[in-house]
Every structure is written in structure tokens, then in C-alpha cells.
Design a protein around this ligand. Structure first.
Ligand code: TRP
Length: 437
């Protein structure tokens, strides 16, 4: 059975933090070790441009996120690990999909609607400060997914709507071009995956500015943990476990047994200062070997660059270039030689077979032509000798004649296919006749 393709992207507009690790990096690396799946993990740097227009930040974030994944154990020879912008077929597909996407559907995207709501509350124009990039975000994301025919897309809850839109867009394209060009992706929400609280107790997120960088130095880590907001219960007083940020962070990095023991000490009155110290020691122990790897990767960006370029080159060869060739042809962006072949095949009912006729014109000379219904596929030059024309006709009928040989004796016909295409039509008809006996 073909492996299930699992694909997800990481927007490169920030520094990887503990929430990214527990919520995305760690589960993705674990699941990439399943046999039976083919994983695609990529750096969504085109998406980053929607949020961040600081070139140094985009570059730095791309480096940091790539280094983080590798330092956390991602094996780029076992999964596809690449950078979105290294695959030019993705923006090309984005445009094809754009033309099959209802604007009304994009009007309903949560991220866009949220921006409009903020503007309305402020009494501004609906689209004030909204770029077309933000509006088109779901289409670019659909291209990321559809170009690889991904089956499963593990994401956070905030991304569910985008996967639904990718399905809608795929269906619309399949319908418009009357084929099944894309696999319909399914969203995967892992209930087991931890959502970590940030420094202020809300979900750890770059947009809340409450994150703990995954690769902060030990000293910084200790300082940040010491600053996590807690209630004011004193040492000796029992602490609640529900909604307890220190406990939740601890549990995300500890075994179930250790987490249970930590919960028991908190309920038994462990002071916040001691609890934070234990939390720091735990996280530092988990992160420290990865931190060393991370630092050496960051110091050596050309190693990462080479990995990304190698993956992209192989992916393009294997997936995206052939896929786009198919799609370009499907939408009618194709060689002008090729168009009429299919037009002849599509537009003329199949029952109308091509025929070669030899005839004499009023000018007294002899000609032959290949027609199919009303369409003239090939038109010969004039022959003074009917036998010469007849010989060409029989050579064509018996097949095996190529366009170079035929070229000098045929004339261009307006709206007709190339000689090669005309011969293909004839050969196909011949094969059909042979098959029917
Ligand atoms: N929008 C996703 C996020 O911000 C990142 C992303 C871009 C993505 N393209 C994707 C995720 C394709 C899954 C599939 O989290």
C-alpha cells in the first residue's frame, strides 16, 4: 500500500519556543518514525512574508526553525524537509488555484474576518491595513498541501478552517477541469499534544509575546521560568493542579510518573520557588543536548542550506515538476502543437474517424487531405501526377511515416494541428480499428 503522506508547514516568522517544541516539533518527529507514512515538513517562508516584512528577521527565523527541527532529531534523509520558496511550482499552483477559488469563501476566513472586525471596532475602513497576502493566505496554504497530494495535515485548531478550504479549492478545481487532479487532504488534530501555557498563563504564543525560547541559554531559561505568573499561595499551602502553569509545563516534559509525583508535592505545599527550580532543572536537562546541536548548526548555516536545497531538488524532480506539467496541460497552458490534438479528440465526437481523401481540383492538379468531420487535419501540396499523390496516401495509410518525411508535401492549414498531431490522430484511429478487429 502507498504510504500515507503527512504534511505540515511552519511559518518562519519567529524564534522556536517551548510551545512549538511540545505542540509541533516533538509530535511530528515521533510520527515521522512510523513506517507507513511519508512525511513532508517544510519552512513556510512565503507565509512568513504576510506577517513579517523584516528581511533579517525572516532569514534568521528560517535558520533558527530549520536548526531547531534538526537539533530535535529530525532526520532529513528519512523525511522531506524543505523550504517552501525553493519550490517554484508552489506559487505557480497558487495562481491556478486562485482562479478556482471563490472570493466569497476567502471573505469568510477567520484570520481575515478578525482583521476586519478589529477595523470595524475602531471605526476604520473594513480593509484598512489588510494586505492581499493576508487575504490569499488560505490559497497559498492549499497549494502547499495539494501539490504533494498530502493525505493528512497535522495542525493546531486555529488551522482547521484552512484545511477545509484546501479541500473546497481542490474540489472546485477538480470540477472545473473535469478530473481528479488532487487528493482531498484531511486535518489531524492530536488531542494528546500538549498546549503549553506561556509566561502570563495564556497559551504560549508568539502573538501574546509570552514565550520561552526553546534554546534560551540555561541562565536565561532559569530567569524566564522564575518570572512565570503564579498565584500568591505561600510555601506549605496546597496548590491547585488545574490551571497551574508550572505543573502543566512540568508535565509536558516529564514521564507520567514524575508528573504525578510533582503534582503530589504541589498539593502537599511545595513552594513556588522550589517548584520553579525543579521545572527549570527538568527542562534544562531535556533541552541541553539539543541545545548543543542547535548551536553548532546555527554556527554553520551552509550545512542547513545544503540539506534544504538537496531536499527541494529531489522533491521537484519527483513530485512538483511532473505535477505542474500535468496541471498546466489540464488548464490549457500547453504547447500550441499539442492543443489541437486534444481539441480534435475532445471536440469531435469519437465516432467521426479521420479519413484520407485523394482528389483533383479545378486547377487540374492532384491533392490529398486528411479530414475528420469538417476539420482538415492535413492538406497536401499540388501534384501534377496522380500516382505521386496516391503513393503518399498509401504510405500514410500504412503508418510509420513521420512528420519530417511528410513535411515537404503538406501545407499549413489554418486552425489545423501540427503534422505530428495529425499523424497521431490517424494512428489512434488506426489502433482503435485494429482493436475492434
Ligand atoms: N499556516 C500554518 C500555521 O501558521 C503554517 C502552514 C503553511 C501550513 N502552509 C501549511 C500548515 C500547509 C500545514 C500545511 O501554522
Amino acid at each position: 500500500m502507498a504510504p500515507t503522506r503527512v504534511l505540515t508547514g511552519i511559518t518562519t516568522s519567529g524564534t522556536p519556543h517551548l510551545g512549538n517544541y511540545a505542540g509541533a516539533i516533538r509530535p511530528a518527529i515521533l510520527s515521522s518514525q512510523d513506517s507507513g507514512t511519508e512525511a513532508f515538513y517544510f519552512l513556510a517562508d512565503y507565509h512568513a512574508l504576510i506577517k513579517a516584512q523584516d528581511p533579517a528577521l525572516v532569514q534568521r527565523s528560517t535558520l533558527e526553525i530549520a536548526a531547531a527541527w534538526l537539533a530535535c532529531g529530525l532526520d532529513p534523509s528519512k523525511v522531506w524537509f524543505y523550504r517552501q520558496s525553493d519550490i517554484p511550482e508552489i506559487p505557480e499552483l497558487t495562481w491556478f488555484l486562485t482562479c478556482s477559488t471563490g472570493k466569497g469563501m476567502l471573505n469568510r476566513a477567520h484570520a481575515y474576518k478578525a482583521a476586519v472586525d478589529v477595523n470595524r471596532d475602531r471605526g476604520e475602513d473594513d480593509d484598512d491595513g489588510v494586505t492581499a497576502g493576508l487575504f490569499m493566505y488560505p490559497v497559498l496554504m492549499a497549494a502547499d498541501i495539494l501539490i504533494f497530494d498530502a493525505n493528512k495535515v497535522p495542525v493546531g485548531r486555529d488551522q482547521i478552517q484552512h484545511i477545509e478550504m484546501a479541500r473546497d479549492i481542490a474540489l472546485r478545481f477538480n470540477h472545473n477541469y473535469d478530473g481528479s487532479y488532487f487528493v482531498l487532504p484531511e486535518v489531524v488534530i492530536d488531542e494528546q499534544v500538549a498546549t503549553l501555557p506561556g509566561l502570563d498563563g495564556r497559551k504560549m504564543s508568539k502573538s501574546y509575546n509570552n514565550t520561552i525560547p526553546l534554546f534560551a541559554s540555561s541562565k536565561e531559561l532559569q530567569k524566564l521560568i522564575a518570572g512565570i505568573v503564579t498565584d500568591s499561595r505561600l510555601p506549605g499551602e496546597p496548590k491547585d493542579i488545574d490551571g497551574n502553569s508550572i505543573y502543566e509545563l512540568y508535565a509536558a516534559f516529564a514521564s507520567a510518573d514524575d508528573a504525578a509525583a510533582f503534582a503530589a508535592s504541589l498539593q502537599g505545599g511545595l513552594g513556588w520557588g522550589d517548584a520553579k527550580k525543579q521545572l527549570f532543572e527538568l527542562i534544562d536537562r531535556v533541552v541541553s543536548p539539543m541545545r548543543q546541536k542547535y548551536e553548532s548548526l546555527i554556527a554553520n548555516p551552509s550545512e542547513i542550506e545544503a540539506i534544504l536545497l538537496d531536499n527541494a531538488a529531489r522533491l521537484r524532480e519527483k513530485f512538483t515538476m511532473p505535477k505542474m506539467r500535468e496541471l498546466r496541460s489540464a488548464v490549457g497552458i500547453r504547447s500550441l502543437d499539442a492543443r489541437p490534438v486534444e481539441a480534435a479528440a475532445d471536440d469531435v465526437p469519437v465516432r467521426v474517424l479521420p479519413v484520407i481523401k485523394q482528389y483533383r481540383e479545378k486547377d487540374g492538379r492532384f491533392y490529398f487531405k486528411l479530414t475528420q468531420g469538417d476539420a482538415v487535419l492535413l492538406q497536401s501540396i499540388a501534384f501534377a501526377d496522380p500516382k505521386a499523390a496516391g503513393e503518399w496516401v498509401s504510405r500514410i495509410r500504412t503508418g510509420g511515416i513521420d512528420m519530417d518525411t511528410l513535411g515537404p508535401v503538406v501545407e499549413p492549414v489554418a486552425d489545423a494541428p501540427s503534422v505530428e498531431a495529425a499523424l497521431d490522430v490517424l494512428a489512434a484511429a488506426q489502433r482503435e480499428k485494429d482493436a475492434q478487429g
